[in-house]
Design a protein around this ligand. Structure first.
Ligand code: NAD
Ligand code: DAU
Length: 341
């Protein structure tokens, strides 16, 4: 069956992996990537699909109503999958404004387009961070879809606001929506300001590895392809108006992750540098994925030991991709965030 899907934020980490997954899985689908190409968006990531006749790239801001409406008029999409966001907690602590603009107003603009032109499915890619954090000493507690929203950072608050808007548009205007809340992803094309790619890039270039606080905060890591497959299942078979949590029962402390990467690359632990903690640092995230497993049959396929080996190998094989990033404006960001930390 033919479908046209607008994927916003498709030049970023997860969106690009989703585009590759969809084009290789559905031969008759047309995928349109709408992306503003902020610092986190990279057109070179999409190079392999640029000439595919089933793919179109449009540079635009999801907050730009005229541009979004024009695209709806041109393409009459069946579905929207909204990945576009400011996604980095540390940046949101430095400067919240753009998070509110893109993550909230951008979502509202896309939903208004769905309201005006109609849509078969609007999917909002949300995050487990909307639930806040969990205590370190209660491994029995996990985030379920019924866990109350309780955000910590400007980033997570903006994502939670977007989720609430999506449900408001569903209830008020009847837009057929779904929302997914995933745990931390890792894998190819992950922007090297986040923990795993930053650690790999720094270790490969013999730079210090900054670990916030005592390194004992816990994240629940999922290989990006498993996230993409989950979204594929939700947009096709998920129930309208529902939230689905996505996570692979893979809780690790940050220091475990950093030491694991050093071990794979064969670099010494003396590269580790404990630095001032993140403000308001969430202690632990842990997802209960029972609902998506029971309803849609989703299960993670890539175990962490395999996924992290594959990821390190990808960064070794694709040095040009991340070296271009870390040699650009990223240098100023790095100096500002880690210079005197
Ligand atoms: P990313 O920062 O790598 O990519 C974001 C993309 O959105 C970039 O291509 C950027 O250019 C684009 N973008 C930003 N502002 C835009 C705007 N105003 N208009 C159009 N495009 C814009 O992010 P990511 O890590 O791939 O995350 C994608 C989505 O998944 C986000 O919504 C994030 O909240 C969510 N999420 C991420 C993770 C994770 O571990 N990375 C986990 C759960 C959920
Ligand atoms: O849980 C899902 C979220 O995961 C997504 O919604 C976000 O978009 C995504 O960025 C990610 O947020 P985190 O804040 O968990 O990811 P980050 O890679 O920034 O940090 C992971 C952990 O590592 C966190 O506890 C902070 C710590 N850290 C991070 C950096 C960049 C360090 O110790 N040192 C660092 O230099």
């Amino acid at each position: 069956m033919k479908k046209t899907i607008i994927v916003t934020g498709g030049a970023g980490f997860i969106g690009s992996n989703f585009i590759f997954h969809m084009l290789s899985t559905y031969s008759e689908y047309r995928i349109i990537c709408l992306d503003k190409l902020t610092y986190a968006g990279n057109l070179s990531t999409l190079q392999s699909v640029m000439d595919d006749p089933r793919f179109r790239f449009v540079k635009a801001d999801i907050c730009d109503r005229a541009a979004v409406y024009k695209l709806f008029e041109e393409e009459s999409p069946d579905m929207i999958v909204n990945f576009a966001a400011e996604s980095h907690v540390d940046r949101s602590i430095e400067a919240p404004d753009v998070f509110l603009q893109t993550n909230i107003m951008g979502t509202a603009t896309l939903m208004d387009a769905c309201r005006k032109y109609g849509i078969e499915r609007y999917h909002q890619v949300s995050t487990d961070e909307v639930y806040g954090d969990l205590p370190l000493d209660r491994p029995d507690i996990l985030f379920t879809e019924d866990t109350p929203i309780h955000t910590s950072s400007p980033y997570s608050s903006s994502k939670a606001a977007a989720d609430l808007l999506v449900f408001a548009y569903h209830r008020t205007y009847g837009i057929p929506v779904t929302v997914s809340r995933c745990s931390n992803n890792y894998g190819p094309y992950h922007f090297p300001e986040k923990l795993i790619p930053l650690t790999i890039a720094n270790a490969l270039t013999d730079k210090e590895l900054p670990v916030y606080g005592d390194g004992l905060n816990i994240r629940d890591w999922l290989y990006v392809e498993d996230h993409c497959k989950a979204i594929d299942m939700i947009i096709h078979n998920g129930r309208v108006g529902e939230v689905y949590n996505i996570g692979g029962h893979n809780e690790k402390t940050n220091i475990y992750i950093v030491k694991k990467i050093l071990d794979i690359i064969g670099k010494p632990e003396s590269l580790i540098k404990y630095v001032t903690d993140r403000k308001g640092h969430d202690l632990r995230y842990a997802i209960d994925p029972t609902k998506i497993h029971n309803e849609l049959g989703w299960l993670p396929e890539t175990m962490f030991d395999d996924g992290i080996e594959k990821t390190v190998q990808w960064y070794l094989d694709n040095k040009e991709w991340w070296e271009n990033i870390i040699n650009g404006e990223y240098r100023d960001y790095y100096k500002k965030m880690y210079g005197d930390r």
